[in-house]
Ligand binder design. Sequence first.
Ligand code: HKS
Ligand code: ZN
Ligand code: ZN
Length: 309
Amino acid sequence: MQIIVLGAGAGGGFPQWNCNCPHCRAVRRGSGELTPRTQSSIAISADGERWLLCNASPDIRAQIAATPELQPRHGVRDSGIAEVLLVDAQIDHVSGLLSLREGCPLDVWCTPSVHRDLSTGFPLFPMLGHWQGGLHWRPIELDEAHPETTFRVPSCPGLVFTAVALHSNAPPYSPRRGWPSTGDNLGLFIEDGVSGTSLFYAPGLGEMTPGVHDYLARADCVLVDGTLWHDDELPRLGVGRATGAEMGHLALAGEHGLIRELDALPATTRRILIHINNTNPILDAASAERAVLDGHGIEVAVDGLRLTL
Ligand code: HKS
Ligand code: ZN
Ligand code: ZN
């Protein structure tokens, strides 16, 4: 399977338009140790021709422009994006659907909870129904009774997808914000039936659970939530009030942080962080925190990173 990281940043991207923190200032100045990142999205393919877009970020237009694989090749109107999958209903993961409206009808895979939020609080499904057939919902059947579900998508023959319910959070506009239920957030375990290799993708991981740990441990490569270094990073910098726990993002540092969890994986697992917030010191390649990651064998994704598994 092939994977392209279209956007390795968290919501707001890097630099964030309204942020004057030291990292955002430095990357705007063009400091060599910091690389801009667009908002959270990856693309997955089995054949290198047809791509499943995992999350449609508000930066999708620039991401397509930077990615030849996703550009039109065959007809007079065409796209390398064959279908879309959403891991949650967060604005940074879904609002790019508005920019894909000229390509409707478009198949969109998501859970009933995400479909509900995108039919009510942020009504992308009903709204885009006015564009050539709109979005066609392909349900990922995750609910209280089914915390995992396995399925295949037409554009990626040979790949087997397992959606795993994660404890994170529903979007700020959702009635379930603060009280997420099964299906508000998912991780994806993707196995290539031919090569036997696998990826675990979870850009919004709020809490470790035994089930999630097992999938992390099974994957050849993990592409996981690197939003924050400290749980209280936003309050510390004076840029916000929310903690990682409140936002549904498990911080990297600390006794129960994600670095500890990644340390427990088999030595051969490739560990890559994605969905990095503009406040996270690991964005500075010369930082002490980045040196810590290096010591633990943990990489930090950049836009345009390509993986073949
Ligand atoms: C900052 C933000 C931090 C941040 C917050 C959230 C609300 C969010 C939304 C998040 C994220 C990054 N970039 N989902 O001020 O530094 O507004 O839709 O998910 O990726 S939580
Ligand atoms: Zn986010
Ligand atoms: Zn900043």
